[in-house]
Design a protein around this ligand. Sequence first.
Ligand SMILES: Cc1cc2nc3c(=O)[nH]c(=O)nc-3n(C[C@H](O)[C@H](O)[C@H](O)COP(=O)(O)OP(=O)(O)OC[C@H]3O[C@@H](n4cnc5c(N)ncnc54)[C@H](O)[C@@H]3O)c2cc1C
Length: 384
Amino acid sequence: MTPAGTIRDTDVLVVGGGPAGLATAIASRLEGLDALVVERRRPPIDKACGEGLMPDGLERLRRLGVELDPARQSPFRGIRYIDGDTVAEGRFPGVNGAGVRRLDLHRALAARAEEVGVDLRWGTRVEALTGTGVETDSGSLSARWIVGADGLRSRLRAWAGLDAPPARRQRFGVRRHFSVAPWSDCVEVYWADDCEAYVTPVAADEVGVAMLWSPPKGGKRNTVGRKAGFDQLMASFPRLAESLAGAPAASKDRGCGPLRQRVKGVTRGRLALVGDASGYVDAITGEGLSLAFHQAGALAEAMKAGDLRLYARAHRHIAAVPDAMTRLLLWIERRPALRRRVIRALAREPTVFSRLLAIHCRALPVRRLGIETAPRLLWRMVQP
Ligand SMILES: Cc1cc2nc3c(=O)[nH]c(=O)nc-3n(C[C@H](O)[C@H](O)[C@H](O)COP(=O)(O)OP(=O)(O)OC[C@H]3O[C@@H](n4cnc5c(N)ncnc54)[C@H](O)[C@@H]3O)c2cc1C
């Protein structure tokens, strides 16, 4: 703890100036707290991501006062699953999501952070936790609250003893952009065994393609992950390759993983974790950004109230349904025969798919799923 009477550099010291860190800093300022962000890179910051913002994530950004350039985003109305010849489509309930390049999202978040008076220290790396704050490569900083927003492989999480043992099965991601007009008003998900491709419209003349995959059974961890390049993975998706044929690449490939990160908790003393640093299941449901924005608001409120237990509780609540859905999808993804049946059932029951999406983006409570849904889907799954 900072000794009584000590002058601190700030109320809230955020380590990591990605979406979660910047959103937390902005939300803290809106709660009347001073906020300082330490980020090792310089803006705008890019990252491997599917770049689809769910409707509730967009709403959270609006509440923070973050304005996205309308010319540099592309609305989408739902999610389309494509598995061989089977196409299933669910629509959001009267609201859109938006595809936004990470660079554009980062520009917008950083501009808003600056506008509300966040102290932004770009190009500064945090090297250790101290009793009063953190040690950086350009000196020490002290604060009342320390926020670890330093991503999947959070060092703060490890230093605070909040790392849990790694998951056995690992998944990885890689993305590339293409200069081509989007052909769909949905985010498209192409399914193959051990790999999916996510196509997100991000501008009037650009789509992003993110691949998620797991090393084959018996393959060495990480080694296979690193070897599986974008073009190699694209071979699993001939239909998508045809849609992209001749479209020039508009970005360099960016990879990331392993995705699954387990945590023992999200707070310790005066430290709280937010975003990917606070635990991550998988990108299969494309909502990491939305989750981070929900968490950021809850964390700022808890810091304002002076009680991080409020955040720990809110974090559990925010993550409960998304985590359950992500685990369920991963379980299905590992069983190709079952996966094909589930997607076929969703194709035959588009209203059920849309209702699941509405729950996913928090427009409907889980209880509105209806008791008839599971038997209906099961019936569709066993039909020839
Ligand atoms: C392939 C893929 C597809 C995805 N698709 C989607 C999608 O479509 N929609 C969606 O909502 N989410 C998606 N996600 C998830 C989303 O990308 C993440 O949830 C999101 O980036 C989390 O933001 P963050 O701020 O927690 O972490 P990050 O974006 O990783 O930011 C962490 C920041 O901390 C900084 N940092 C780290 N260590 C230090 C240090 N020691 N000192 C200073 N700074 C440090 C890093 O430089 C970085 O800028 C996807 C993820 C992957 C991998």
